[in-house]
Design a protein around this ligand. Sequence first.
Ligand code: FES
Length: 103
Amino acid sequence: MIPYRKHVLICTNRRDPQNPKGSCANSGSEEICEAFKKQLIAHGLKGQMRANSSGCLDQCEHGPTVVVYPEGVWYSVKTPADAQEIVEKHLVGDQPVDHLRIK
Ligand code: FES
């Protein structure tokens, strides 16, 4: 049995600020991760869906990078409001948020 209907991975990898690759943590991804977790609780989805921090997802230039499974939809999530929109439209409504997707 699959334990979660949807799983959100949020890259919280941190590199030295001087590293030319950049990193999601230096772009605010820890705040984004917390926003996803709070939104899942606020929508009564705890136990049905899960948000986890992850290591580098190899899309560093788009960070903070987020991927939602099982669909495998990739997002660039810049603000907690973006996270809220993804929870409401994609996780609850099953409609990916096109304007936040990594193209
Ligand atoms: S540091 Fe986040 S995708 Fe690489």
